[in-house]
Design a binder for this molecule. Structure first.
Ligand code: G4P
Ligand code: NA
Ligand code: NA
Length: 191
């Protein structure tokens, strides 16, 4: 998506360790009109997939997931990373390892909000090692529901997540695909 590449070039900042900071529109301040347009793009890409629900992980996945849910007219469920005082239902649980932070987190989704007939679309802000997506795929498998696809705002194609998802035959759509952040310069995939 050209507009997203442009936005990343203008507002993104490359930090050391191959990290792209996009706090100006996605990870801290949210550019609502711009994210609305990302939701439209995801909705179009997955329009034939008969999606009944969107699944993401808090916190940064929620904004793009909600924008997409608005367009597809389906609810959004975000997996929680922290234990909730009020959420005491039966839970699906998966463990997600963060290479960046070297920590292992449990993510949970209440069984109450997933039906066996659901066809879910997984949405997330970044795809790097793919741990978050694999945690959500694990939950979908436990719930015995179909995953119609995975939609990612920014894929770091030089990290292994995207290839691992495609290997499983899952329909993956990434709105921007970054080939390299070497030397502080953002280079996008061209194919
Ligand atoms: P992954 O395996 O899920 O792909 O992610 P990884 O463990 O490599 O990264 C851990 C966290 O860092 C994830 O967010 C992921 O989205 C985020 N991340 C990875 N690479 C980048 C990057 O280049 N820029 C930015 N801004 N974020 C990146 P999280 O901490 O789990 O989620 P959240 O609380 O921010 O939503
Ligand atoms: Na995320
Ligand atoms: Na993040």
């Amino acid at each position: 998506m050209k507009a997203l590449e442009e936005k990343i070039r203008q507002e993104g900042q490359v930090l050391s360790g191959d990290v792209l900071k996009v706090d100006q529109f996605l990870n801290h301040q949210i550019d609502t009109d711009f994210l609305f347009s990302l939701g439209q793009e995801f909705a179009q890409l997955f329009q034939d997939e008969k999606i009944t629900k969107i699944l993401t992980v808090e916190s940064s996945g929620i904004a793009p997931a909600v924008m997409t849910g608005l367009q597809l007219h389906v609810p959004v469920i975000f997996a929680r990373k922290h234990q909730s005082l009020t959420l005491t239902d039966d839970l699906y649980e998966a463990s997600v390892y963060s290479f960046t932070k070297q920590t292992k987190n449990q993510i949970t989704v209440s069984r109450k909000y997933i039906d066996s007939e659901d066809r879910v679309l997984i949405i997330d802000d970044f795809l790097a090692n793919g741990q978050a997506v694999f945690g959500l795929l694990d939950i979908a498998e436990q719930a015995n529901i179909e995953v119609a696809g995975v939609g990612i705002v920014i894929e770091k194609s030089f990290q292994p997540g995207a290839a691992k998802i495609k290997e499983k035959g899952i329909h993956l759509e990434s709105l921007a695909r970054i080939k390299s952040l070497e030397g502080g310069k953002v280079e996008f995939m061209t194919d």
